[in-house]
Design a protein around this ligand. Structure first.
Ligand SMILES: [Zn+2]
Length: 126
């Protein structure tokens, strides 16, 4: 992924801020599992990247356009085409490249099929 100069400046500031909060990594205070100074820094960077990924996915899953469109009182059942009432949000765990991510999606109930359905699932299940 190419990053613009502006984004690179933000990343540098964010990394400096996190380094200050977490404390310096140097040869004397290496984590017991770290193989080296480089390994310790990479481990920390991967953990930060994973946390950023999880947060981005959480934010994106809650403000996807489909989510707000489908947060109606009713939605069309994909099986029978009848309208079903909104039942609330359901949490679902997806397995991303960097591990599990929990998203929230609207749940509807079809009175004809007598089961819940999730409009956002269409094409989203892998
Ligand atoms: Zn139905």
């Amino acid at each position: 992924m190419a990053t613009s100069d502006q984004v690179q400046v933000k990343i540098a500031a964010f990394a400096r801020q996190l380094a200050e909060e977490f404390g310096e990594i140097d040869e004397e205070n290496l984590d017991e599992h770290a193989l080296s100074w480089l390994d310790a820094i990479e481990t920390r960077a991967v953990a930060i990247g994973d946390a950023v990924t999880t947060e981005l996915l959480r934010q994106k899953s809650s403000d996807r356009p489909a989510t707000s469109l489908n947060r109606e009182d009713e939605s069309v059942c994909p099986q029978c085409g009848k309208l079903g009432p909104y039942r609330g949000q359901r949490e679902r765990e997806l397995i991303g490249r960097r591990g599990p991510v929990t998203i929230s999606e609207p749940e509807y109930f079809c009175p004809c099929c007598r089961k819940s359905f999730f409009p956002e699932d269409q094409g989203d299940r892998r």
